[in-house]
Write a protein that binds this ligand. Structure first.
Ligand code: PGA
Length: 266
């Protein structure tokens, strides 16, 4: 794992946008995995900015989001489809037909997972997957104790996640407790992963994911097995990391190697 510790959430967004920009510029038909939640919003604003200033085009980009609630139609203000359209897709030159989220409205929601897996496969797999991390270390909606070998399927949300996400729902509004989410094993097949975290409330989750044992109790710890994951965090989210100085040293050494021999960040 490569760990990048930045001074601010703004820099987390900029560093991650750079990685996505590199991917889009070097790959004629890039496949991006995207996430919802508060953390990636600043990244999406940065991508919109790059597009509006003609530094980036999303014409040939295909996207797959991590997850969607079961029982919220795409028009629902809290559905992840609505969120992605509002926060990103509506502001880009992306072909909306090439943007995918799991179908949370299928008559038989059990069919959504396998269908989504085939779509990802048909697209040639995911080149770069963006992840946030829950305070309980979930990735996507893979809650603690999710199988590390899991594929896209229905998951029941924990009370903690329900509570964390209740801020998005009006009082007395229906808040789904089921979601269709890419599995941990699905996520692990992405060729590159970037995990973003900001704020003190993520410090324990980041510490456990990066420096704790690999265990289904901390789903993000599975990423320790991924050969090309970059964790980009601000100071607050990095607060509890033990090897902070080492991570900085690694990046300095890596920069020297890139300057000497060239190389690409993605
Ligand atoms: P957040 O959610 O970005 O809103 O903190 C992250 C997550 O639950 O994966």
């Amino acid at each position: 794992m490569e760990i990048i510790i930045t001074d601010s959430p703004k820099l987390v967004a900029e560093r991650s946008a750079n990685l996505i920009q590199n991917l889009i510029n070097k790959n004629p038909y890039p496949v991006l995995g995207l996430a919802t939640g508060s953390t990636p919003v600043a990244l999406y604003e940065k991508l919109i900015d790059l597009y509006k200033n003609n530094f980036l085009s999303f014409k040939n980009v295909t996207t797959f989001n991590l997850d969607e609630y079961v029982g919220l139609d795409p028009e629902h203000l809290q559905s992840y489809r609505y969120f992605m359209n509002e926060k990103l897709f509506n502001h880009l030159d992306i072909n909306i037909e090439n943007t995918h989220l799991p179908d949370g409205m299928k008559e038989n929601p059990l069919e959504s997972g396998p269908e989504y897996e085939s779509l990802i496969k048909k697209a040639g797999g995911i080149d770069l997957q963006v992840l946030g991390i829950g305070a309980n270390s979930h990735i996507g909606f893979n809650e603690p104790t999710s199988s590390l070998g899991s594929r896209t399927r229905i998951k029941t949300l924990t009370q903690k996640t329900m509570k964390d996400n209740s801020r998005f729902f009006k009082k007395d509004e229906f808040q789904p407790h089921l979601a269709v989410t890419m599995g941990i094993s699905t996520i692990m097949e992405s060729r590159k992963i970037i995990l973003l975290a900001t704020g003190k409330n993520k410090a324990d989750a980041v510490k456990n994911a990066v420096e704790g044992p690999v265990t289904s109790v901390c789903p993000a710890s599975a990423l320790q097995w991924h050969p090309n994951t970059t964790v980009i965090v601000d100071f607050d989210a990095a607060e509890k990391l033990e090897y902070k100085d080492y991570y900085k040293f690694v990046l300095l050494e890596q920069d020297k190697l890139i300057q000497r021999f060239g190389g690409n960040q993605v």
